[in-house]
Design a protein around this ligand. Sequence first.
Ligand SMILES: [Fe+2]
Ligand SMILES: [Fe+2]
Length: 269
Amino acid sequence: MRRIAHLSDLHFGAEEARIAEGLLDDLASRSPDLVVVSGDLTQRARRHQFLAARAFLDRIAAPRLVVPGNHDIPLYNVLDRLTRPLSRFRALITDDLHPFHHDSEIAVAGVNSARPDRWKEGRLSLRQIRRLQEQFESVSSDHFKVLVCHHPFIPPEGRAPAAIVGRGRLALRMLETAGCALILTGHLHHAYSGDARPFHLEMKRSILVAQAGTAISHRRREEANAYNQLTLDGDRLDLMVRAWDGRQFATTGHKQFRRTESGWTPASS
Ligand SMILES: [Fe+2]
Ligand SMILES: [Fe+2]
């Protein structure tokens, strides 16, 4: 059994300090085995914003796996955006743009979908997709395989349509072949989850997608700050949305799934 805390869209520079402290307290009390951050650590990719994000991450006791988002690439400084888009992220957060965490039960791979020329939508390259395939195929099929990416693979629930990540469909074909069971994403500041297969009818296997809201920033889109807590246990997955209630983080959504031959199905506890 492994517990993953999935944070996204911290947006340092637009963070709420009290909520950031509350999140650190909640993470400390729930002791995840791994904390993943699916991008947008900063608001405008400024040095002081990355330093604040780094100081926050350094206060998390668990191992961390972090990928950048579009806000971690400079928007207004076009020279920096085009010639060294991730230089501050690499210097101040991590130089590893292909992070891979694996142990005896889980294999978690991160990919950078932020692109200087597609600032908002994001895209994956063929080389990245091949590398993810190699990472997932380097561990045995009994591992619970998880992808972390900033941009979404399924459209938002009950809201205006949003683009999915460029080459997302191609990546999904590889991910189902490589046995990936779960994708963790952000960007939309909207917490929702579901099976990718109904949106991508060519898929043969089901892959669960969990989107996280904005964890600590005031860039809320009509919902509370939140993060996801995932408990992976063999063929069972437990997903809790932990949202800020004004004083602390508390569970506001709880779904359980069981992996069957026909795919992920809702399970009762
Ligand atoms: Fe964001
Ligand atoms: Fe974003």
